[in-house]
Write a protein that binds this ligand. Sequence first.
Ligand code: DAH
Length: 336
Amino acid sequence: METEKLWQQFKKKLAEVGDFEELEKLRVEFLGRKGKINQLFQKVTSLPPEKRKEFGQEVNRLKGKIQKAFLSRERKIKASLERNLTGKKIDISLPGKEVSLGHIHPITQMKWEVADIFQRMGFEVLEPQEVTTDYDNFTALNIPPDHPARDMWDTFWTKEGYIPITHTSSMQNWIYRHRHPPIRAVVIGRCFRNEATDMGHEHTFHQIEGVYVDKGITVANLIETMRVFFSEFFGKELRAKVRPSYFPFVEPGLELAIECVLCGGKGCSVCKQSGWLEILGCGQIHPRVLEEGGIDSKKYTGFAWGMGLERMIMLRMGIEDIRHFHSGDLRFIRKF
Ligand code: DAH
């Protein structure tokens, strides 16, 4: 019998239905306007008149059975949705579970804070391009190929010869070419070094690069700018001093130290009893670097500096191991 066959077919399909979506599909297939039941009804006209009534009634009965089966199946799906995995009914009147929200990563918080301080001092804040050319990372900074100073940076190279930036100085040339003096710009971003990690070193870390180019800029401006920044960042008036150092893109190259923020200059284990913290490399921008950026070095001078963001956060927060920052350890992250 045709109706019996269809009923068996329907039951089989209904047993496989798992959710409302599948149930609705099945409903359309059987009870829809062009569904199987209506197709059967259409057959009535092709039957001899004496058989029409009986067949029509039969199809009607089947339709009723199918509708009932749908309803009961629908109720079952609903009920199973209302149960949770333990098989208990959900009490919808219970107070909800508190969702624990994440928060901004400490490095991002500090990036924003540093950016804010420099912006208030009149600097524009930029982000570096993270993968760049040999030219921008080295050559434009007075470090041509084969210059021994390249060994100062343990560099990663891509197969195509590009560099995940080893320092944010990589943005200097771009800045000189896209801005006109007076230039006051700060670059905050990630750097990458192919080196072993320890408490003080990470392969991925953040640097803050700064440049100031105008007529008559001297090292005195540099020291005072840095002193003001660190006093803001550490929340107390700090002294700053420089001593000679070497970086190919500055002349003279300097290392700037601030009064130890932990002992106030008295001497402690963090400053190795010296009372001073060497915190960044800096100097007067080398005339060649300015010229390479299209800036007339006879007319303009400037200073540049580069410092590690993590180191500063570690000093401010008393964190002893730089590797915590990227460890993904929530116990660490939640302290901020
Ligand atoms: N780029 C240097 C580094 O990563 C840091 C630095 C030193 C930047 C002196 C400067 C600078 O702009 O003048 O080691």
